[in-house]
Write a protein that binds this ligand. Structure first.
Ligand code: FES
Length: 165
């Protein structure tokens, strides 16, 4: 399918082996979408249409599954995905102030990615380490007992590392 925007079409051949393995297996749509996301980093629209065509589903059905589960992303994420907890303990301990500091530092709000593609911010429910609240996770690493200043320092450190590399 051709895209109407200027985005590069996805290389659908990357998904061939996944589709060959799963497309005829009942109930495998979520598995296919998980593997597609592993390959592309998110679920581009042309991939959704391709999966629909190959699995005999309507694009609306596949899109419905992709939007229902929070594990799926419909737009690309930055190299560093900041998952900022907004669960009760973190909320009580100031997660909104952390969010404001991140937004001021990076110029993005929940669900957005910086223009240079380095950072995405996603506000999430409890990350399971409330005793460290307020908490954020960046690329599997947990940062606890945050203050707005500490959060900004962490982001600046990550950015500085990128500039050295
Ligand atoms: S509420 Fe934030 S880690 Fe539990």
């Amino acid at each position: 399918m051709n895209c109407c925007c200027n985005k590069q079409p996805s290389d659908l051949s990357l998904l061939s082996s996944v589709l060959n393995e799963y497309k005829d297996t009942k109930g495998s749509l979520i598995t296919i979408l998980q593997k597609a996301q592993d390959i592309y980093g998110y679920l581009p629209t042309d991939v959704i249409y391709h999966v629909a065509e190959e699995t005999g589903n309507t694009p609306a059905k596949v899109m419905g599954v992709a939007t229902f589960y929070t594990q799926f992303r419909l737009s690309p994420v930055g190299k560093h995905l900041i998952m900022l907890c907004q669960g009760t303990a973190c909320h009580v301990n100031g997660s909104k102030r952390i969010q404001a500091a991140i937004t001021e530092e990076l110029g993005i709000t929940d669900g957005e990615t910086t223009e240079d593609g380095l950072f995405s911010l996603k506000c999430v429910a409890c990350l399971g380490c409330c005793s460290l609240s307020p908490v954020m996770m960046i690329n599997e690493e947990t940062y606890g007992s945050l203050t707005p200043e500490k959060a900004v320092d962490i982001l600046r450190e990550l950015r500085a590392k990128e500039e050295v590399e």
